[in-house]
Ligand binder design. Structure first.
Ligand code: KMH
Ligand code: ZN
Length: 275
């Protein structure tokens, strides 16, 4: 069995800086967190950016600047979110790819998202997949519910393998409206995953630790970060993203599947070394 890919998702689009003062929202804060997370064992970063007003943005200039800064200061595989915030229009989400990250998220269907709806129409998903392949950007297929894995199989059958020729999935568990974050559901999802695909899992909120342990025990990889939880333990707020990565790295090492390096992860998911 291989080592563990640890992805850090440091910011997300949901938490407000006013509620979570240690959330990295400026470029300097993001890069400082990224450097610390790489030192703690992360190999990939899943990036949402914020504007000067600290609100989520998909501004292309800022995205390009972010990709460049992360490449300059870290060796992390840089993955941009095309999910954005639930309010982002499709055109803006597609334009994210023009920032030319190593990888980008590609959510495989529409899902209720708390009190909101995270829209991912079939035609939009196909267009994301097509444009990523054209640009050599490796997708991470984000799965919020088990049925979305059937859509992934359909996508691969009808439109072929992604750039890099490998299929990597991230199970995002515990979103209110999506699949629950528990071992039984993770095992059910694995039955539906395309053969040969690699997978990560992340659990939102209090499902973070159970999902992390379930994924490690099932041979999977993990995503952690303040996008997914701002609570470290009952009654204890997260100190910073590196604290979550350190814990994931410790669990992975205990499971005898220590953290993979960014270079090993490029090989695992099919990102070209030159990116
Ligand atoms: N912020 C969520 C609405 C992704 O990054 O691709 C969507 C999300 C998924 O976080
Ligand atoms: Zn995200």
């Amino acid at each position: 069995m291989t080592g563990t890919l640890i992805t850090v998702a440091p910011t997300g689009a949901e938490h407000a800086k006013s509620d979570v003062p240690n959330l990295p929202v400026t470029l300097d804060e993001l890069v400082a967190e990224a450097v610390a997370c790489e030192a703690a064992g992360a190999a990939m970063i899943h990036v949402h950016i914020r504007g000067a007003d600290t609100k989520p943005t998909l501004d292309l200039g800022r995205l390009k600047e972010t990709v460049a800064a992360l490449r300059e200061r870290t060796d992390l595989v840089v993955q941009l979110s095309t999910g954005g915030a639930v309010t982002d229009p499709e055109a803006d989400r597609l334009r994210v790819l023009e920032a030319m990250p190593d990888s980008a998220s590609c959510t495989m269907g529409t899902v209720n998202f708390g009190d909101d709806v995270f829209m991912n129409r079939w035609e939009f998903v196909v267009e994301l997949h097509r444009r990523m392949r054209e640009r050599g950007i490796v997708p991470e297929y984000e799965i919020f519910d088990v049925g979305q894995l059937a859509s992934l199989r359909r996508l691969l059958d009808e439109h072929g393998l992604p750039a890099g020729g490998k299929v990597h999935v991230d199970l995002v568990m515990g979103v209110p409206g999506g699949m629950p974050g528990d071992t039984e559901t993770l095992v059910a999802a694995l039955r539906a995953i395309p053969p040969g695909a690699t997978f990560s899992a992340t659990g939102i909120g209090r499902t973070t630790v159970p999902v992390l342990l379930a994924s490690l025990s099932a041979g999977g990889h993990v995503r952690v970060g303040m996008e997914d939880t701002v609570s470290f333990a009952r009654g204890e707020r997260v100190r910073d993203n590196a604290q979550l990565v350190e814990r994931a790295a410790a669990f992975a090492t205990l499971a005898q599947r220590p953290p993979l390096t960014p270079s090993e992860v490029r090989d695992l998911i099919g990102v070209a070394e030159s990116n």
